[in-house]
Design a binder for this molecule. Structure first.
Ligand SMILES: NC(=O)c1ccc[n+]([C@@H]2O[C@H](COP(=O)([O-])OP(=O)(O)OC[C@H]3O[C@@H](n4cnc5c(N)ncnc54)[C@H](O)[C@@H]3O)[C@@H](O)[C@H]2O)c1
Length: 417
C-alpha cells in the first residue's frame, strides 16, 4: 500500500509524549509511546501529516524541547515535528473540535486524554468520517460505548480500543491456551502502580475516573477476550479500600479510592451448569521502589487446567548501586536504539498496537478491507470490547450505590440493571 495516513493525536500527556504537568514523566514511559511510535511510522512511510491537540497551548515549547532532546537527538532520522492545537497563547478545552474539523474523511484520530473526555472526542471524530483509536477505558458508560459501536458502523470507519496487552506475545499465547481448557471456572488479576503516581494523576484521580477504570480495564479486557463466545458476565459487586490517597502527602479528593476489587459472576454460554468467578483488583497505592512500575499478574483456571502469568517479572532484572533492582519490560516498549542508531522498538506490543490500527485504517482507505472484518479477526475493536466497559461501568455503579449490578442482553443490546 502506498497510501499514507494523516493522523491527529488528542492529548499531549504522559502516554503521548512522556511530558506530564510536572515535567518529564518519572514512570517507565519517560518519552511516551504514541508520538514516538507515530514518528517512527512516518519514517517508515506509513504515516504522513501528524498533529497534536491538547488544552493548554503554552505547554508546546516545553514538549517540543523534550521530544527534540530525548527522541530526535537520540535516534537517527527521527523527525519530531507536528502541527499543534490550540495556539501557544491559547487555552481551549474544545480545541479538539478545531483540530478534528481540519481533517478529511479517511484521516485518523488517536485519543489519549482523560477518561471522561474519550466519548465526546471519539464521537466528534467518527461523525466526520475519521478512523479512531481510543485508549482504554474506551468510555466510562456502557451506553456511550454502544453509541460508538453504532456510529462507527454507520460511518464505516475503523474504531479500535488501544488494549495493547492483546498484542503481548505471552498474553495472546496464554489466551489461546486458556481457551482450550474447557469451561471457565476462576480468574484472578492484580495490577498496581506505586503511590507516587497519585502526584501525576492528581488532576483527575477520584474526580473524573478511578483506578479500576484506569488499570483493571487491562485485565478485564484480557478476561473478556479469553471468554469471548464462551461465557458472559451476569453480576458485578465492587469493594474499595480507602484512606491512603486522601491522606498526606497525596491529599486527593475525598471520593478517591486506593484499591478497587470487582467480583464478577460469569455464566457459560454452552453449559447451563457451568458458572465462573472473576476477581479484578487494581491499586494506585502500591509500595514505592518495588522494582516494577506496574505490578501485573493473573491466574486463570478452567475445567481442564490453569494458566499463571507474572507479566511484571519476565526473568530480566537489572541492579544499579544507586537505584537498586528493577525489572524492565522491553517486550512492551524497547527504547534502546538499533545497531544503526535508529529506533528499535517495532516489535514491542505498545508499538504494534498503534501500528495495527494504522494498518487497518490504511487498508480500509485503500479499499482492500471493510472495518467489520477486524471484528471477526478478534482485534480490540469497539464492538469486541463492549463487555469490558459493561463490567467497569457496573463496578462504578456498585461502588456508588453499594449494591450488586446485573448485566444482561436484551435483543442485540447489553444493559445494566
Ligand atoms: N500513562 C499511561 O501509561 C497510559 C497507558 C495507557 C493508556 N493511558 C490512557 O491515556 C489517557 C491519557 O493518559 P496520560 O497518562 O497520557 O494522561 P496525562 O494526564 O498525562 O495527559 C492527558 C492529556 O490530555 C489532554 N486533555 C485533557 N482534556 C482534553 C481535551 N478536552 N482535549 C484535548 N486534550 C485534552 C491534557 O492536556 C493532557 O495533555 C487515559 O485515558 C489513560 O487511561 C495511559
Amino acid at each position: 500500500m502506498d497510501n499514507k495516513l494523516n493522523l491527529l493525536m488528542c492529548g499531549t500527556g504522559e502516554y503521548t509524549t512522556g511530558w506530564t504537568g510536572s515535567g518529564a514523566s518519572q514512570s517507565d514511559k519517560k518519552i511516551g509511546v504514541v508520538a514516538l511510535t507515530l514518528f517512527d511510522l512516518r519514517r517508515l512511510g506509513k504515516v504522513d501529516k501528524l498533529g497534536m491537540v491538547g488544552v493548554n497551548g503554552s505547554k508546546y515549547p516545553a514538549i517540543r524541547a523534550h521530544l527534540r532532546q530525548n527522541i530526535e537527538q537520540v535516534y537517527k532520522d527521527l523527525d519530531v515535528s507536528f502541527d499543534s492545537f490550540p495556539k501557544e497563547t491559547e487555552t481551549d478545552s474544545e480545541a479538539y473540535k478545531t483540530a478534528i474539523d481540519k481533517l478529511h474523511p479517511g484521516d485518523a484520530v488517536v485519543i489519549f486524554t482523560p477518561d471522561s473526555t474519550h466519548y465526546a472526542i471519539a464521537r466528534h471524530a467518527i461523525e466526520r468520517g475519521l478512523h479512531v483509536l481510543v485508549t482504554k477505558p474506551a468510555t466510562q458508560l456502557l451506553s456511550h460505548h454502544l453509541d460508538l459501536v453504532d456510529l462507527s458502523r454507520k460511518h464505516n470507519v475503523v474504531c479500535f480500543v488501544e488494549h495493547h496487552k492483546r498484542y503481548d506475545p505471552v498474553y495472546s499465547d496464554a489466551r489461546a491456551r486458556a481457551r482450550t481448557l474447557g469451561e471457565f471456572n476462576f480468574f484472578n488479576a492484580w495490577m498496581s502502580q506505586p503511590k507516587s503516581q497519585l502526584e501525576t494523576f492528581r488532576a483527575w484521580a477520584g474526580k473524573d475516573s478511578d483506578i479500576s477504570y484506569y488499570l483493571s480495564s487491562h485485565h478485564i479486557d484480557i478476561c473478556c477476550w479469553i471468554l469471548q463466545d464462551k461465557a458472559v458476565p451476569t453480576r458485578v459487586v465492587a469493594s474499595a479500600a480507602t484512606g491512603i490517597a486522601t491522606s498526606a502527602p497525596y491529599n486527593c479528593v475525598p471520593e478517591t479510592e486506593d484499591t478497587i476489587t470487582l467480583l464478577v459472576d460469569w455464566q457459560s454460554i454452552t453449559s447451563p451448569t457451568h458458572k465462573g468467578t472473576a476477581v479484578y483488583t487494581a491499586s494506585w497505592t502500591a509500595p514505592l521502589r518495588s522494582g516494577v512500575h506496574s505490578a501485573q499478574h493473573w491466574y486463570y483456571m478452567g475445567e481442564k487446567g490453569d494458566v499463571n502469568i507474572d507479566q511484571a517479572h519476565r526473568g530480566y532484572d537489572v541492579t544499579v548501586d544507586d537505584t537498586g533492582k528493577t525489572w524492565y519490560n522491553p517486550f512492551y516498549m524497547k527504547y534502546s536504539p538499533s545497531e544503526s542508531g535508529h529506533f528499535d522498538g517495532q516489535r514491542g506490543y505498545g508499538y504494534i498496537s498503534i501500528e495495527k490500527f494504522v494498518d487497518a485504517a490504511r487498508s480500509v482507505n485503500a479499499g482492500t478491507a471493510q472495518p467489520s472484518e477486524f471484528d471477526a479477526h478478534g482485534l480490540p475493536t469497539i464492538r469486541n470490547t463492549v463487555l469490558t466497559t459493561a463490567i467497569l461501568n457496573a463496578g462504578r455503579i456498585s461502588l456508588d450505590e453499594k449494591r450488586p449490578v446485573g448485566i444482561s442482553k436484551e435483543g442485540e443490546k447489553w444493559i445494566l440493571h
